[in-house]
Design a protein around this ligand. Structure first.
Ligand code: F6P
Length: 363
């Protein structure tokens, strides 16, 4: 009987529970055993009660729950070989040779590294008499399948990461609330949104709420942005608008890669555009709460596909990441998706913003 482990890793995202539920139930449907690994890679490194066999009923109600019910952590020990050695030992002791991980690009890269080292780790465990040759013999290969769980929607090769649409909905609700008070007082609000190095949340929030100006890392504003922003906002006011909303992605910067801070934007709106201005930082509100319908669907369909990918994998198949491209669930090579994601950062760093945007769009 195959034993498949499932874990969530990195920053939590609404929909992660739906993916755990789908993996567990699909694994059982195909006659496998399912194991939940609690607290991300910490659970794998520490073992014991952090690795539990789970049944159909154990994931009841998961679909509509926010966050991750099996916990997550940013685990330092797994970054070291000694931590991965322990993780391999705990996997063999449980009888698992397949892992489905729902997390961001860092978590998925770590998993693929684990897979690459797997034979060497097992050899070392036998040499150190931690395990016997008989114990490790059936586990020649480790299967890794990635599910992208992150509110940032920052992974290349997928249209949507699990969690991004819930987060976007929450941001829109928050901006709608700010709108009413802004209109009452004819105020301007600078709203900072998450996204790390990716501007998707900020851009889509701007589109969805009709913001006056949006700052994102991939397309920095022109050199004269301070004047331009004030001019555009004045024009909107002249047309009768009673409020001003400027959305700043947390990773926003100018063309010289100097950070654009909400405080700087506020000072400009107050002093140059002469608007009564406030700053609202949405923070972790954007990451919490129940998943929207789209994320429940995405998490479920991708969880199902992840188990199929485990069962169809051969030793030669590169670790896949489950993606959504033009409304279809597809598999892509995990390392290629991560490499392309990293290239975006490299392009931004080299001030090649056209390339950064093209890479974000690429499949
Ligand atoms: O990756 C998700 C995210 O929420 C980013 O948008 C943000 O930059 C970061 O995580 C915040 O991390 P933490 O919760 O550790 O402060």
């Amino acid at each position: 009987k195959r034993r498949i482990g499932v874990m969530t890793s990195g920053g939590d995202a609404p929909g992660m529970n739906g993916s755990v539920r789908a993996v567990v139930r699909m694994a059982l449907h195909y006659g496998c055993e399912a194991y939940a690994i609690y607290e991300g890679y910490d659970g794998l490194v520490k073992g014991g009660s952090l690795i539990k066999q789970v049944g159909w009923e154990d994931v009841r109600g998961f679909l509509s729950e926010g966050g991750t019910l099996i916990g997550t952590a940013r685990c330092m020990e797994f970054m070291e070989r000694a931590g991965r050695l322990l993780a391999a030992k705990h996997m063999i002791e449980t009888g698992m040779d397949a892992l489905v991980i729902c997390g961001g690009d860092g978590s998925l890269t770590g998993a693929d590294k684990f897979r690459a080292e797997w034979p060497g780790l097992l050899k070392e465990l036998v040499e150190k008499s931690e395990l016997t040759q008989e114990q490790v013999a059936p586990f020649t290969h480790l299967n890794i399948v990635g599910l992208v769980g992150s509110i940032d929607n920052d992974l290349s090769m997928t249209d949507a990461t699990i969690g991004c649409y819930s987060s976007l909905a929450r941001i829109c609700e928050a901006v709608d609330s700010v709108d009413t008070t802004a209109t009452s007082h004819q105020r301007a609000f600078v709203i900072e949104v998450m996204g790390r190095h990716c501007g998707w949340l900020a851009l889509m929030a701007g589109v969805s709420t009709g913001a006056d100006f949006v700052f994102i890392p991939e397309i920095p504003p022109p050199e004269n942005w301070e004047d331009q922003m004030c001019k555009i906002i004045k024009k909107h006011r002249d047309m009768g608008k009673r409020k001003t909303i400027v959305i700043v992605a947390e990773g926003a910067h100018d063309r010289n890669l100097h950070k654009i801070t909400p405080q700087h934007v506020k000072d400009l709106l107050s002093n140059k555009a002469k608007l009564d201005t406030r700053i609202t930082t949405l923070g972790h509100v954007q990451r919490g709460g129940t998943p929207c319908a789209y994320d429940r669907m995405l998490a479920t369909l991708q969880g199902v596909e992840a188990v199929k990918a485990v069962l169809e994998a051969t030793p030669e198949t590169p670790s896949p990441v489950i993606c959504m491209i033009e409304n279809k669930i597809v598999r892509r090579p995990l390392l290629e998706a991560v490499a392309q994601t990293k290239e975006v950062a490299t392009a931004i760093h080299a001030k090649d913003f056209d390339r950064a945007m093209a890479l974000r769009d690429a499949e």
